[in-house]
Design a protein around this ligand. Structure first.
Ligand SMILES: NC(=O)c1ccc[n+]([C@@H]2O[C@H](COP(=O)([O-])OP(=O)(O)OC[C@H]3O[C@@H](n4cnc5c(N)ncnc54)[C@H](O)[C@@H]3O)[C@@H](O)[C@H]2O)c1
Length: 282
């Protein structure tokens, strides 16, 4: 468990934008050395420059979380430049908004390769360094509120399945790493200002087929943009302090939107009702 962050080393995938950038800025203000990792090298470099210009300590690393080789190179570069990592944020993610009918197999493969296997590969790449620093070591995987509940009328099927998987992986990982003194948290934000719609399209390799905007599928004009700029969206920079508080206390689920509690309560009430049904005599 890490209580004193000052001087410790953090790496954040997807650090070039949105939530990852906000976390990077907050960690730097705590005195951490921050490795900003992103598939978009320019975005990562811009965030590192922003931190250094403000008197912090950061550097940029190019990393594609779908590639074991890219992550191995990034992990080596981070260790060479700053020493072994204490705090890993596996945060990079992508979003596809469309009904399941409109999800292609390539949509599924791309979403799962970044949001699920990308997190698994990132953890595997950095775990040896975290082990060197245990018990001053912690992992934060970014899932989503959509990894705890599925919201009717908001068609993000592959994304929801991927984030449920991220929550499950994180919960298992926490149990397995606890004896080594390495903490694990899973960040489950509600709607946060970001460029998720834009970057999900920009970063999609041709091998996964084209990213189709929801408009292209008819029913959802503007929905993808709306999720990211919705009036209730939390500023991305507000997420970092919540993450820090949770890391210091080694909380499992890091929740950013307490107003969403009824959604989760309803899910578990429905589950209990199904247990009641199973117990009842036919
Ligand atoms: N914005 C929200 O409302 C919201 C809510 C819940 C969860 N999340 C999750 O937060 C995380 C961060 O997303 P965001 O909303 O800040 O979006 P964002 O697009 O602003 O940031 C995502 C970053 O990830 C990078 N990225 C994408 N694919 C990558 C890859 N293969 N390798 C390395 N980097 C890659 C992008 O270049 C981008 O810089 C994601 O996992 C997302 O699912 C976002």
């Amino acid at each position: 468990m890490i209580r004193d962050l000052s001087g410790k080393v953090a790496v954040i995938t997807g650090g070039g934008s949105g939530i990852g950038r906000g976390i990077a800025l907050t960690f730097a203000r705590e005195g951490m050395v921050v490795a900003v990792a992103d598939i978009q090298s320019d975005a990562a470099a811009a965030v590192a420059t922003e931190i250094n210009d403000a008197g912090g300590s950061a550097f940029a690393v190019t990393a594609d979380v779908t590639s074991v080789d890219s992550l191995a190179a990034a992990a080596q570069e981070v260790e060479n430049r700053s020493g072994a990592v204490n705090l890993l944020c596996a945060n990079a993610g992508v979003l596809r908004i469309a009904s399941l009918d409109q999800h292609t197999i390539e949509d599924w493969e791309y979403t799962l390769s970044v949001n699920v296997l990308g997190v698994v590969k990132t953890v595997q790449a950095f775990l040896p360094q975290l082990r060197q620093n245990a018990p001053d070591a912690h992992i934060v995987n970014t899932a989503s509120l959509g990894g705890l509940v599925s919201v009717e009328g908001f068609p993000i099927g592959a994304y929801t399945a991927s984030k449920y998987a991220c929550v499950g992986f994180s919960e298992m990982l926490r149990g397995e790493l606890a004896p080594e003194g390495i903490g694990v948290s899973v960040l489950c934000p509600g709607v946060v200002e970001s460029k998720l719609a834009q970057t999900s399209s920009e970063n999609r390799p041709a091998s996964f087929g084209e990213h189709r905007a929801p408009e292209a599928d008819g029913a959802l004009a503007g929905a993808e943009r709306a999720t990211i700029t919705a009036p209730q969206a939390m500023p991305a920079e507000d997420v970092g302090p919540i993450v820090i508080r949770a890391v210091r206390e080694n909380r499992l689920h890091v929740l950013t939107h307490p107003q969403s509690r009824p959604l989760v309560a309803r899910r578990f009430e429905a589950l209990m009702a199904d247990f009641d049904f199973a117990e009842a005599d036919g």
